[in-house]
Design a protein around this ligand. Structure first.
Ligand code: IMP
Length: 179
């Protein structure tokens, strides 16, 4: 087991890159079968999803497109709470089969706040693919069709996920020592 130091914390190997690649290949096959002939548009949410999105996209064997956006949060009305909107959404999603690609669904708050933005653009269909999901942490009704791994409610880094900016370039996934 490898230990890495990221800022002030120690992390240990949790899921090897080999196991990740196997799982991502299976997800790619599943998406290829489900979206055959539909030219799906994958929308990766930056920064965290870029590693997963690249690997997933290379494992899709049917025609598909990919684009990336950043999310910005601003205060909505008291009924809408925080609204999250997309920056860099150049592609039209209207009438497209959209797959949102996320690194991790933790509480689900980000997607819960952002999905109305996508839905009002009237895609032909909408699904979510995430590398990780923490079911114990989920606080919103988010239905994620494609999940790489379900993990316990512990903090992880690597494979695109960071701890305060660092750790994204680690090929394996790591979890906190002592968690
Ligand atoms: P949510 O809105 O609570 O679902 O949080 C989603 C975002 O929080 C993800 O896109 C990540 O950027 C970040 N996040 C949540 N859990 C972790 C973790 O264990 N490691 C690194 N980032 C995380």
């Amino acid at each position: 087991m490898a230990i890495v130091q990221v800022h002030d914390k120690q992390f240990k190997t949790y899921i090897s890159n080999e196991a990740i690649q196997q799982r991502v290949a299976a997800l790619g096959q599943q998406i290829s079968a489900d979206y055959e002939g539909k030219n799906p548009l994958l929308i990766g949410i930056l920064n965290g999803s870029f590693v997963f999105a690249a690997d997933l996209f290379r494992n899709i064997s049917t025609a598909a497109e990919i684009s990336f956006i950043k999310l910005a949060s601003y205060k909505g009305t008291s009924s809408t709470g925080n609204v999250i909107t997309a920056i860099g959404m150049e592609e039209s999603v209207t009438d497209r089969h959209v797959i949102i690609v996320e690194d991790i669904v933790d509480t689900g708050k980000t997607l819960h706040a952002f999905l109305p933005d996508i839905i009002q653009r009237q895609p032909a269909s909408l699904s979510i693919a995430c590398f990780l999901s923490k079911p114990e942490a989920l606080q919103y009704d988010i239905s994620t069709k494609y999940i790489g791994f379900e993990i316990p409610n512990n903090f992880v880094v690597g494979y695109g996920l960071d701890y305060d900016g660092l750790g994204r370039n680690l090929p394996d996934l790591y979890t906190l020592v002592n968690d």
